[in-house]
Design a protein around this ligand. Structure first.
Ligand SMILES: Nc1ncnc2c1ncn2[C@@H]1O[C@H](COP(=O)(O)OP(=O)(O)OP(=O)(O)O)[C@@H](O)[C@H]1O
Length: 251
């Protein structure tokens, strides 16, 4: 693991009226790592992910991706540049097959254009990219199933496959474990553990067991400010973090 960041936030700010959702946030994501972003409800985690992805403009600060300033790019341009993202709310088309969803991800188009589906499904390059992504997340054998036949955990894996089709060189993930049971969480944890070799992951996650098991580094956000960044053992031992956030729930 080298220390040259793939992704770097420099003094990012966002206000909603009187609420300071991100306050001078600087952090980085390095090759091969999972960097978890934790904090209480309303701390500003989703806002920050949206600012990095480009769906929410920042009031100030810079987003650097692979050494390039992408602050002025919109979300589509950032995704095309290699910044992959999975969402808190599913963006899958449930009535489509698993493969169709992955192919549509490869196209990077809106999922409403059903009439476009036929030609797209005949595009060998797109289908091959989609199949490779399904293979990577362990869903290849389910390719012909309708997406609503998948378990909740498998759908989350499909979302990652959709993001993978664009061959991201960094991942932004907002609560990939949300709604998964114990088994699903264990499967997703194992999966993310291997995925970090393919592309480093900035991970927003409420499941503290998973975070402390997976993360190489953890940053703690409270009221829009990073109050600590460190290895899991350092964060666990940090008195300010314990009082501000972890409390008795420290794993
Ligand atoms: N579009 C918006 N308009 C106004 N205020 C907003 C908007 N989006 C977020 N906020 C406020 O910004 C703050 C940060 O919210 P955000 O959703 O980023 O927190 P979070 O850490 O992701 O929370 P959670 O863990 O509950 O998902 C909150 O006070 C929230 O109410």
């Amino acid at each position: 693991m080298t220390d040259t960041p793939v992704l770097e936030l420099r003094n990012i700010c966002k206000r909603f009226g009187a609420v300071v959702a991100s306050n001078d946030v600087s952090l980085d994501l390095r090759p091969g790592e999972i960097h978890a972003l934790i904090g209480p409800n309303g701390a500003g985690k989703s806002t920050l992910i949206a600012q990095i992805a480009g769906t929410l403009p920042s009031d100030a600060g810079q987003v650097m991706f692979e050494g390039r300033d992408v602050t002025g790019l919109d979300a589509v341009a950032r995704a095309r540049a290699g910044l992959g993202r999975t969402f808190q709310i599913s963006s899958l088309a449930m009535e489509f097959t698993v493969l169709q969803n992955a192919v549509l991800g490869a196209v990077g188009q809106a999922r409403t254009a059903f009439s476009l589906l036929r030609p797209v499904m005949k595009d060998r390059v797109l289908v091959a990219a989609a199949e490779a992504a399904l293979e990577a997340v362990g869903l290849a054998e389910f390719r012909a199933l309708r997406t609503d036949e998948l378990s909740h955990g498998q759908r989350r894996q499909l979302e990652v496959a959709v993001a993978l089709t664009l061959r991201p060189r960094a991942f932004l993930m907002d609560e990939p474990m949300a709604g998964l049971g114990m088994e699903g969480t264990a499967a997703m944890t194992g999966f993310l553990d291997t995925l970090r070799q393919r592309a480093p992951i900035l991970l927003v996650e409420h499941d503290m067991d998973a975070v402390f098991r997976l993360a190489d580094r953890i940053s703690v956000l409270v009221y829009g400010e990073i109050v600590a960044t460190g290895r899991p053992d350092e964060i666990r031992a940090d008195a300010a973090v314990r009082s501000a956030y972890l409390g008795e729930a420290t794993p």
